[in-house]
Design a protein around this ligand. Structure first.
Ligand SMILES: [Zn+2]
Length: 136
């Protein structure tokens, strides 16, 4: 009994009843197609997870960390200077503090680049400057 190969549509004579491909290469290629393999320079390769999904995962992770330390954000309310610099100091303190806590509790979740550290140093220096202005 002849039938059509499920992959290449050639007529073939199956040796067994459950054969649906004309040859082993059609069977292999069909399986590649089914599993979303890609033909990459001479061989088939299984599609990797899209990198952007991994990036999204780590972003969600960071958001969770931020959400899990809401007390840090509230700490800025304790800075009760009667000055225009209040909110500035508060924000700087909260930012620096939350950064520091994140770094302490989940150092791997934050890629501390040179820019990050420089920005943090700038924040701290500004904070020092503002505190100096306040206390002298
Ligand atoms: Zn075939």
């Amino acid at each position: 009994m002849e039938r059509f190969c499920k992959y290449c549509n050639e007529i073939f004579n199956p040796r067994r009843k459950n054969h649906i491909y004309c040859c082993s290469s059609c069977k292999t290629l069909a399986s590649y197609k089914r599993n979303q393999y890609k033909y990459v320079s001479g061989h088939y390769q299984k599609n990797e997870i899209v990198p952007s999904e991994k990036i999204n995962d780590s972003l969600i992770e960071q958001k969770n960390i931020t959400a899990s330390i809401p007390k840090v954000a509230n700490d800025k309310n304790r800075v009760n200077f009667n000055s225009v610099a209040n909110s500035v100091i508060g924000n700087l303190a909260a930012d620096s503090l939350s950064y520091g806590l994140k770094k302490a509790f989940a150092p791997n979740s934050i890629p501390a680049t040179k820019e990050d550290i420089l920005a943090l140093q700038k924040d701290i220096n500004q904070l020092k400057l503002l505190l100096k202005v306040r206390t002298h």
